[in-house]
Design a binder for this molecule. Structure first.
Ligand code: SF4
Ligand code: SF4
Length: 203
């Protein structure tokens, strides 16, 4: 799945690591006027041709702005925020960023097709790192999500360190002799990987 402003992909944030969010939207409509995705527009079009449902759903409501500058005229704060996120990441390029607007948002910011809005809208923000517009009602929820994930990763790293200290020979797990410390560290690295792009190696 990918959603608007979703700076992670199915591969980066596995479904089991996401929590269903409460309804904290105060219906400002900003995300409907400044959506972006992890993929380039070219890639999105290719995905629709391949029949990827999430891409088809996304492009069924979102139309691309002609340029980043056009999007900036509508939601300047969000454009600046997204570009800053992209610049900090080494797996994304500003040239690949496209901003989108939805034709179904009313001037007051309400969804005019609410009951049949696509999944990307129903599930936004997908996780704590979705780059939602400044002032979004989900800010507090996203902060909590980020802190929870950071704590979980710190706990994993601490456990691996403790096991290493307790290992009888410095090679094997102290209570699971069939597992080596290297395998254990590999497991920890796998768990950390989804958040690598957000700096998990430094948490
Ligand atoms: S930016 Fe946040 S508060 Fe505004 S419409 Fe989107 S989800 Fe709701
Ligand atoms: S379909 Fe509705 S919720 Fe989704 S972007 Fe358009 S106006 Fe917003």
């Amino acid at each position: 799945m990918f959603d608007m402003n979703y700076y992670g992909t199915e591969e980066t944030i596995p479904a089991e690591n996401r929590e269903e969010q409460p309804d904290m939207c105060h219906k400002c409509g900003k995300c409907c006027r400044s959506a972006t995705t992890y993929h380039s527009h070219k890639k999105l079009l290719q995905m629709t041709e391949e029949g990827v449902k999430d891409a088809i759903d996304f492009l069924s409501v979102f139309k691309p702005y002609r340029s980043i500058e056009d999007a900036r005229l509508v939601e300047p704060e969000q454009v600046a925020q997204v570009l800053k996120v992209v610049e900090l990441r080494d797996d994304m390029n500003v040239e690949d960023v496209t901003f989108y607007y939805c034709e179904h948002v009313s001037p007051e910011g309400l969804c005019t097709i609410y009951e049949r809005r696509p999944r990307c809208c129903r599930e936004a923000p997908g996780h704590g790192w979705s780059a939602m517009p400044p002032g979004c009602g989900f800010e507090g929820w996203q902060f909590e999500q980020r802190e929870k994930q950071k704590r979980m990763i710190r706990d994993l790293k601490t456990s691996a360190y403790i096991m290493e200290q307790m290992s009888p020979d410095g090679v094997h797990h102290p209570v699971r002799p069939d597992t080596t410390l290297e395998e254990l560290n590999q497991m920890v690295l796998e768990k950390i990987k989804p958040w690598k792009g957000f700096g998990s190696h430094h948490w």
